[in-house]
Design a protein around this ligand. Structure first.
Ligand SMILES: [Zn+2]
Length: 248
């Protein structure tokens, strides 16, 4: 009882003012079964979510906007210092991110994001682009270059082989992250400043490494929305997983 009152007061004092959504595959057709697939939603659902967000007074924002929020009110500009956040303007924010680098992000989702003028970030797994994974189709280099030229799109790293980073040595983590960053920067011909941890797994060592490699942000795969007056590290930004039936 006491805990629920505490939570109630906390929620009033610290309302959610921004959400970073985590998406994966965006499909034309619903899957044949009724199982809620966490890594796949239909284009129709995404369209409805974006439409509802606008009706509910959300504004779509980029990862750089989230970075600005995290550093706007802090005295300390060290990126790894958690920064309390507040809204730069009145409307609540949604930042759209997509993990792994599926081709349907380009074919299905990009036209929809353009329709809503919604910025989006795709986190690229190097080995999936170069070697594939299971039966999925991934972005090719031409699609990556087209996305890179789109002002709405940010391309970020998602490591080389999609490991659980906190199960690796620091040297192995460095190879996974730095090689992906270098490859993507050479492919695109521009700096890459954003990272998503595969499975949302990382350690304190990972955060130091990511900062030393020159990233501006790194996102987790859990943690809910960003709340007013609560401090967050730019290298552990929480996200909400969007599935066919839920946002959690
Ligand atoms: Zn992933």
């Amino acid at each position: 009882m006491f805990q629920s009152i505490k939570r109630y007061i906390f929620n009033i004092l610290h309302p959610v003012i921004a959400e970073v959504w985590q998406l994966h595959r965006i499909t034309r057709e619903n899957s044949a079964d009724d199982i809620d697939r966490p890594y796949e939603i239909t284009l129709e659902r995404l369209d409805n979510l974006l439409k509802n967000a606008l009706q509910n007074h959300y504004t779509f924002c980029s990862l750089d906007d989230i970075t600005s929020m995290l550093t706007l009110h802090g005295q300390n500009t060290e990126y790894n210092t958690p920064q309390k956040i507040d809204l730069p303007h009145r409307r609540k924010l949604i930042c759209l991110t997509l993990d792994d680098g599926y081709e349907d992000n380009f074919i299905n989702a990009m036209p929809l994001f353009r329709k809503y003028k919604a910025p989006f970030c795709i986190y690229i797994t190097k080995d999936y682009i170069e070697q594939g994974y299971k039966n999925y189709s991934f972005l090719n280099i031409n699609q990556l270059l087209t996305l890179s030229a789109d002002p709405l799109c940010t391309l970020g790293c998602h490591t080389c082989s999609h490991p659980r980073l906190n199960s690796l040595s620091i040297e192995e983590q460095q190879t996974e992250i730095a090689d992906c960053k270098l490859w993507l920067e050479q492919t695109l011909g521009k700096p890459v400043k954003h990272l998503a941890y595969p499975y949302g797994d990382f350690s304190a060592d990972t955060i130091h490494l990511v900062q030393a490699l020159g990233f501006k942000t790194a996102v987790a795969a859990w943690g809910g929305g960003l709340r007013k007056g609560v401090a967050y590290s730019p290298f552990a930004i929480p996200r909400l997983l969007v599935t066919q039936n839920d946002i959690k």
